[in-house]
Design a protein around this ligand. Structure first.
Ligand SMILES: [Zn+2]
Length: 396
């Protein structure tokens, strides 16, 4: 909205400048003969010879009194100009001072860690303008989060009750083709499968480790990112083939699919001759179910959580959330809905929860503040797609 308003304002300003140019260029009467050439708005500029000619036509002023009067007018004019310039100079210095102050706040907030740069980037993406936020803190070491940020990040909850916000993520989700960018070779059912760029290395690692552990190269991808149109087609086909009751158990209503996020994949097994094998009950499924947290993935739809997730058991659907969160959910048998609720009820900026596993230590807390303190260490901010933000700080 802010960007749109700015564009409109700029359009109005340009129009005004053009109008002013036109007014300046259009002189009626005898001066028309002195015009030459055209300016950028298509009007004709006044030449200096034209102005001189107009003075000659007014005749000569010769009296001493008249001369003094002219000098007084000129001196008064110069005095007025000096006063105006002096005042605008002071205003300019004030503006420059305010600008410097704002820049120092920005640079302090942007500072050292990748997380801080990401937060600054998020603010730019969401169109937030420095100084526009009434709640902006005087403290330079505070994050500046927006309403749109609630709907972005690795922990956004997308389920039958929480739609994916396409508008909030329009400029921030970076999708890459899996087959073109994978660092290890594994098959995809379709050549155009995409996933969020930052998730692909973790998927590569997980599949490579699974194949090494199981002793085959059969782990494959049977679905990845889905656009709204793609999900609509999946929904329509499932309803047509199996009926709406079945579709509601196994296919998300368009707009409510985790596959919209670019953070989810469906895993499968593909034999060396290209034959699709069952993933459910396979050694691959078992290994990934136990070890996916090490790569930041959770099995999203377990049988005993169906009443909470709104989806039936799916052994193949995995969702990236990041290592500490995946570990905590796995270790405590929580689905994402339960974890989001647990964070809301049990953590705060003043009382973060420490998650420790053999891969590291993190502090995690939920907040609804748009300006929580900026951590001194590497951190990540994710909205929960409901009512706030989850801050994750990597502890050294
Ligand atoms: Zn899926």
């Amino acid at each position: 909205m802010i960007s749109t308003s700015r564009r409109k304002l700029r359009t109005i300003q340009l129009k005004t400048e053009t109008d002013r140019d036109c007014t300046r260029g259009r002189v009626s009467g005898p001066c028309r003969r002195y015009f030459g050439g055209t300016d950028r708005c298509g009007c004709l500029p006044v030449q200096s010879s034209c102005i001189m000619d107009m003075k000659k036509k007014k005749g000569k002023g010769t009296g001493l009194l008249k001369g003094m009067a002219i000098i007084c007018v000129v001196l008064a004019f110069i005095l007025a100009v000096l006063l105006i310039v002096g005042r605008s100079g002071r205003t300019g210095r004030k503006a420059a001072s305010a600008s410097t102050s704002s820049a120092s706040v920005s640079s302090a907030a942007a500072m050292t860690s990748a997380g801080r740069e990401a937060a600054a980037s998020n603010n730019q993406e969401s169109g937030q303008i420095e100084g526009e936020d009434d709640a902006a803190p005087a403290d330079s070491a505070a994050l500046r989060l927006t309403d749109a940020d609630i709907h972005k990040g690795d922990l956004i909850l997308v389920n039958p009750w929480n739609a994916y916000d396409f508008d909030a993520n329009a400029d921030s989700v970076d999708l890459v083709n899996i087959l073109d960018n994978q660092s290890v070779t594994y098959p995809c059912d379709k050549s155009d499968f995409e996933i969020a760029r930052h998730v692909l290395p973790h998927l590569d690692e997980m599949i490579a480790a699974c194949n090494a552990a199981v002793g085959t190269n059969e782990t494959s991808i049977s679905s990845a990112y889905r656009s709204m149109d793609y999900q609509q087609n999946v929904w329509n086909e499932t309803v047509a083939n199996y009926g709406e009751a079945y579709a509601r158990n196994y296919v998300a209503v368009p707009g409510y699919s985790e596959h919209h996020t670019g953070l989810a994949v469906d895993l499968g097994r593909t034999a060396s001759d290209g034959t699709a094998e069952s993933f459910t009950g396979s050694a691959n499924a078992d290994w990934i179910n136990t070890n996916s947290w090490r790569y930041g993935f959770i099995r999203r739809y377990a049988e005993d959580k169906a009443s909470i997730t709104g989806c039936s058991n799916e052994s193949w659907h995995y969702r990236y959330v990041g290592v500490p969160h995946a570990y905590f959910m796995y270790a405590n048998n929580l689905c994402l809905e339960e974890y989001i609720e647990w964070l809301r009820e049990n953590t705060s900026e003043s009382a973060p929860y420490t998650i420790t596993c053999d891969l590291g230590t993190w502090e995690v807390y939920f907040t609804q503040s748009r300006n929580p303190a900026c951590p001194d260490e590497e951190y990540n901010v994710s909205g929960n797609n409901v009512d706030g933000y989850v801050i994750t700080v990597k502890k050294n």
